[in-house]
Unconditional design. Sequence first.
Length: 361
Amino acid sequence: MWSKTRYKYWQVLVGFICVGVVGYAIYSLVIALNPDAAPHKNVTAKDPRDYKGNGLVGLYAFFYYVTLMYISLNLYYHLINTQKKFFSFLKVSVILMLAILIYKSFLFYAIPRLLDYKYDSIVKVYRSTLLSFIPYIIISIFLPYLTYVRESLKQRRILEAQKLQLEAQISQANFNFLKAQINPHFLHNTLNFLYSKALPHSPDLSEGILILSDIMRYALSKGNQKDGKALIADEIEHMNNVIKISQLRYSNTLKVNFETTGEIEGKLIIPFVLITLVENALMHGELKDEQHPLNIKLDVKGNELSFICRNKKRIGPKHPSTGLGLENIKRRLELAYGTKYKFKIMDEAEFYTAELNIYEL
């Protein structure tokens, strides 16, 4: 019927008690102001056993209506919350009405003393039930609707606050990225000058400067899409440039396998996430072991991306690391993809593996 009740039974019970207390207080006030209005003024005393019986009937009727209201409130709240159409409300109302009529019919023929009043025919039972059913249904729909409106407004305020917070974080990230471009821009111009000077003297040096210049140019120009993303094809070229310049540093002795598969053309990703993982492997990995090369695999299927970077750990002195790069990656992935990604680091005794899956690019 519903996965979770919105109204607890004790809440409905307390509500009925409060309404009863208020009603009794108003009734007592009216009688105090106008004693002639008392319905029992000229009634002779009854047998105490009659009061006891009436009390039990009243208690039974009280819990009957509490239970009925509890079921109705939760039913109609479920319909409102799931935005069902008018036919669903009509169907539930008819079912409730029929259930009440069947129940009252049973009491009339089997246990008539449990009815609210004494009836001499089943027709009068039906008429009384139908007349009282209309305000009952109005209350049963109106209260859940008010609850739904209040909760919807509260949820909207929460979502708006989260949206503003996210926009502020993205704005701050863009600002930090813009600040970081000041020095790379200066280095880019300087590298162009050094390339022109080194070209006649050292082909390897000039090639390294040219690759480094391309790397800096990419850092300055990419990620300028409206949503802050870059082409995966450009990211792959950028990773290849970083691998090339590392090979030049070690006279092309590094063992690196870089494999790309799938539908890469036209697909976008937030920039510098994959390259950070590759740079981390190049910096901290043992890359001259032919048996255990650096393995980089990137696969794009439809709108999903799978990336794995696995390297053997370097033995001996290691480059200092603050871990800020990985924390930055996690934060940027969370801002860009929410729950539609999975980033896992496997730091084993001899190997280090970074695995990233994005389920909706």
